[in-house]
Every structure is written in C-alpha cells, then in structure tokens.
Design a protein around this ligand. Sequence first.
Ligand SMILES: NC(=O)c1ccc[n+]([C@@H]2O[C@H](COP(=O)([O-])OP(=O)(O)OC[C@H]3O[C@@H](n4cnc5c(N)ncnc54)[C@H](OP(=O)(O)O)[C@@H]3O)[C@@H](O)[C@H]2O)c1
Length: 284
Amino acid sequence: MFQSLDDKFELCNGVQVPCIGFGTWQIPNDTALESAVASAVQLGYRQFDTAQIYANAGAIGRAVHNSGLPRESFFITSKVWGSSRTYDGVMTAFEETLGQLKTPYLDLFLIHWPAAQGEPMIWQSQNAGTWRALEDLYDQGRVRAIGVSNFLPHHLVPLLARARIRPMVNQLELHPGYPQFAAVNFCFKHGIAVQAWSPLGRGGLLRNPLLNEIAAKHGVSPAQIALRWCLQHGFLPIAKALDMQHQKQNLDVFGFALDLTDMQRLDEMPQTAFSGLHPDTVTF
Ligand SMILES: NC(=O)c1ccc[n+]([C@@H]2O[C@H](COP(=O)([O-])OP(=O)(O)OC[C@H]3O[C@@H](n4cnc5c(N)ncnc54)[C@H](OP(=O)(O)O)[C@@H]3O)[C@@H](O)[C@H]2O)c1
C-alpha cells in the first residue's frame, strides 16, 4: 500500500511509476496548461498524462523543461489515437509527440482505444499491427513501458495471443460508481498495472451523498475519498486539476485510510458519474 507521494508502483518490467498522476484531457495547449503543470511540479507531481488527441504536449514539455529538474525525474505518458492505428501511423505519431514534448523518450506509450467496431478479425488484426509498432519502440529503448487504454478482457485476449511483449499498463475509467472490477481483475491476473482515468468522475462524483458522508467521517474532501479508494485498490489515479488548491488536496491522501466498510460501500454503490464512453460503442 502506498504510504506517501514518493511511493512508486513497479511495473512488470521493473519500471517505477509515481503513484499519483496529473491528467491533461481537454486542457488546450496554452499558457494556462503550462502554468498548471508548473504548479503541479512545484507541489510534487511527477507523473503527467497526455495523448496525441489532446494536442497539448507542447505546453507540458515547456513546463517540464522550465522546471529545471532532470528529465528522469518525470514519468510522461502519451497515447496513440485511432487515426494513427497502423504500424507506420504509430511511428509518425510517436516522433511528433517526442518533438512536441522535446524529449528523447517517453516513459509510457499506450494504444488509446481498442477501436472495436465492425468485424472482429479486422479490428483485432489492426490492434496487433499497432501493438507491433509499440513493441519495436520498446525494443529500441525509445519508450520505457508500453500498454493499452480502455481495453476490456475481450479486447486483451486477442492482443495477448499475438503479442511478443505483454502490455504493462491498462488505463481505464475507474472510480467509485464505475469500478470495472472484471477488467481490473483480468489485468491483475496477467500482471498488467491499472491506471484510473477520470478518478473524480470529471467532478460529477464529488456531489454524491455517499462520498460526502464518508468524507465527513474522515474530515477530508470527496475528491480525497475517490483518490484514496483508487490507491487502496492498487489503481494509479490520474486526476486533472487546474485549480492549485485542488492540485494540492489531491496529493494529500496519505494521512487517513478507508476502512473495510467504507471500501465495500464505495465498491457497491450504483453506477455514478460514468462518462458514457464504452469501448464497444464509441465511434472512434
Ligand atoms: N485513456 C482515456 O481514454 C482517458 C479518458 C479520459 C481521461 N483520461 C485521463 O484522465 C485524466 C483525468 O480525468 P478527467 O480530466 O476526465 O477528470 P477528473 O480528474 O475525474 O476530474 C477533473 C475535474 O475535477 C475537478 N477537481 C479536481 N480536483 C478536485 C478537488 N480536489 N475538489 C474538487 N474538484 C476537483 C477539476 O476541477 P479544476 O480543473 O477546476 O481543478 C475538474 O473539473 C484526464 O485529464 C486524462 O489525462 C484518459
């Protein structure tokens, strides 16, 4: 169990991931993002999550560079979008991302969505071709770990059957009210680490009465409850916060613990704050 912000999660290949990440979805590539990342770095965040589709890697790269800290202090993730889901498409997207971040390597590169529409033979073989590019980047030392995002067991099984290197990470929507335990258990059984996206349900979860009740009991905020729930399950939460007080609060999750009853009630709460983005029904 994580005891402090400095604690790391060790992936199956030995790479260490800072236990709390900072998300950047829907933050434009501008000075607001640059200063949000700069304040996050000052507060102690070292893990940053971006994606080809977010089109904001430049601001993250500038903030990381301007921090004056060595590149090795950071853990930077990006994800390849569906429009680049071919071998050559991945290679081009990867080089573009490195150019925007102004870094010689990535810490983690993910296939963003399984793009599981239409004939299974087609999307499964597209995913296998995409994965081969990630494997080659890993072999070349251009990326320290590779993985997937939004892959459920029925997307992972065909990928694992053809993979030379197993995914090290699966990034899933995970929060109280959307725990996706079947996918999580499958990942843990196969040694795949789990990152939690939208751990605060994009803010929507924070008004929930159960989270507020448990938060009041521990004298913390509902956001801290949702993040603590992730950590106690062994998921690595990636929360987004532009507000510096939110950024600070989201790191302050090591001074209390949820008891078994709290965990069980959060595990069993009805579906709440689901994004609506299911990998079998999205059109990307
Ligand atoms: N792999 C994927 O397909 C995928 C999909 C979606 C997201 N993600 C990743 O996951 C990250 C996080 O998800 P998200 O951005 O959807 O949402 P989120 O982290 O669940 O929630 C962000 C919202 O919560 C607010 N907030 C943050 N901390 C708070 C606090 N302590 N108290 C009250 N409000 C707080 C933020 O407000 P302020 O900004 O005003 O502070 C923002 O409105 C993304 O940014 C992205 O990096 C990945």
